[in-house]
Design a protein around this ligand. Structure first.
Ligand code: BES
Ligand code: MN
Ligand code: MN
Length: 462
């Protein structure tokens, strides 16, 4: 461990400057305007993987953004770790809410990160975490102590559904042979309480359109006589949840696994400061499904949320209009054993059935993904647990995460591999929001923890 630490200490500043260079590339995958930048981010990673000591590193073209693949085989008998992550980021909008520009990284102190945090889009999700994996790899290579074979598969489309990764998994199944998948793209409870997520929620994401009259109408001439599709959409959406926060779609909960009282008791022991949580979010009170704690609501229970809603006139001033159309984007987070296709169907059937006769309703599915739970008795999880214990001085708590990484379920289905979610971010790091950041402590501690994972994995995977 000492030799790793020495190397990290001696190269600390360069590691950070390189991450800054990576963060300066606006690799927004969903917006075609950034297509060339997304590629530049992939090329940057390829070059850094080669510099770090990979035997080979290359871009694989897809119908969308390229996949970066690299490997270093030290011993065909040794176990192989496949590192997955994503180099694409969410759009930085709204730009005006950023205190410093999203693609000009800076270090600033915060209450939660008194030693400083890197502010930039992608700092935590996922460029900072991908880069700590890369620098951990470099540290092992340059100190001549890389215990396992390593493969890197870093994609550029996670934030828009990983649509081209599934065919890649099928096509390159052989090249991707490994013993475990290692992912740093999740959170820990806090910097005092390390944890490892052992589950991710699934997702069903769709868009709905409600159409009333065939053209926009004068809201005085016609108002009162013709249904307003925005009003109708709001009523329909409001009816999808009852006063107790339960989703009203018939069959929605049929396949939801209830946790045993023992499992819930364990969850209740997770240190959680509800006051600090509310303060961080600027809310006076929380709301969620009756009968469940905040942690449960945000991890082991399914959700339904409107992510965006629009229609009519939203520009400057006032325009009197009764709009023809109203739209909304709706996400449902899913838990085992809910199936995204089935939930999408249940939603569609129900939503069409509650449409009043004076509007037409369309439902368009976007992307989805299955929920996952990862075993905590596997060599991979145990290796991660020991690595945290050694580097952080505390045994990490297994938690169930609320976010989604849809491709993880496919790693299991297509490659037959379990994933270890060894994330180092904090929920308060504002991922997908303005002023996203990643603690310097988290970045460097991650670089220190990952090589220990490899050491323990080599022992445990025998
Ligand atoms: N890294 C996140 C997921 C995440 C964040 C998991 C924090 C656990 C803790 C990932 O990049 C992400 O944002 N996923 C999307 C899914 C996707 C289909 C756009 C999500 O969860 O919304
Ligand atoms: Mn991510
Ligand atoms: Mn994300």
């Amino acid at each position: 461990m000492q030799h790793y630490q020495q190397y990290i200490e001696a190269n600390k500043e360069r590691f950070l400057q390189e991450l800054f260079d990576f963060l300066r590339i606006p690799s927004v995958s969903t917006d075609p305007k950034f297509k060339a930048d997304v590629r530049r981010a992939a090329e940057f990673l390829r070059d850094k993987l080669l510099e770090a000591g990979a035997d080979k590193a290359q871009l694989f073209e897809t119908a969308g953004h390229p996949i970066v693949y690299a490997e270093k085989i030290v011993d065909p008998q040794a176990p192989t770790v496949l590192v997955y992550g994503h180099y694409d980021v969410q759009p930085a909008d709204p730009y005006e809410l950023w205190q410093t520009p999203p693609f000009e990284p800076v270090v600033k102190k915060t209450d939660i990160h008194p030693n400083g945090a890197i502010f930039a889009r992608g700092a935590c999700d996922d460029k900072g975490q991908v880069y700590l994996q890369l620098k951990a790899f470099e540290t092992m290579v340059k100190t001549h102590d890389l215990p396992c074979n390593v493969k890197f598969m870093i994609e550029g489309e996670e934030e828009c559904g990983s649509g081209n990764l599934e065919p890649f998994l099928h096509e390159y199944k052989n090249m991707l042979k490994a013993d475990v998948i290692l992912i740093s793209d999740t959170s820990i409870i806090s910097n005092d309480t390390p944890s490892i997520e052992c589950g991710l929620r699934g997702l069903s994401y769709l868009e709905v359109t409600v159409t009333g009259p065939k053209r926009d109408l004068h809201s005085g001439v016609y108002g009162g006589a013709v249904a307003n599709p925005i009003n109708v959409l709001c009523e329909m959406i409001a009816s999808l949840k009852d006063a107790k926060g339960r989703i009203t779609i018939p069959g929605f909960y049929d396949k939801v696994q209830e946790l045993s009282p023992e499992e819930r008791a364990l969850m209740a022991q997770i240190p959680f400061d509800e006051e600090a949580y509310k303060k961080d979010l600027g809310v006076e009170a929380l709301f969620g499904e009756e009968g469940y704690t905040t942690i449960e609501r945000a991890s082991i229970r399914p959700t339904l949320d409107v992510n965006g809603i629009w229609g009519g006139y939203t520009g400057e001033g006032a325009k009197t209009v009764l709009p023809s159309k109203a739209h909304a984007k709706i996400s449902m987070r899913l838990v085992p054993d809910q199936d995204p296709d089935e939930i999408t169907q249940l939603f569609t059937k129900h939503f069409l059935s509650i449409a009043p006769p004076y509007v037409k309703v369309e439902v368009h599915p976007h992307h989805g993904g299955k929920p996952v739970v990862t075993p905590i008795d596997s060599p991979g999880f145990q290796a991660a647990s020991r690595a945290f214990e050694q580097a952080w001085g505390k045994k990490p708590i297994p938690t169930r995460g609320g976010g989604s990484i849809p491709i993880v379920a496919l790693f299991e289905e297509v490659l037959g591999l379990k994933s270890v979610l060894m994330g180092f971010g904090l929920d308060s790091d504002a991922i997908h929001s303005p002023n996203e950041h990643f603690g310097l402590f988290n970045f460097y501690k991650g670089i220190e923890t990952v090589p220990l994972f490899y050491q323990h994995f080599k022992e445990l995977a025998k």
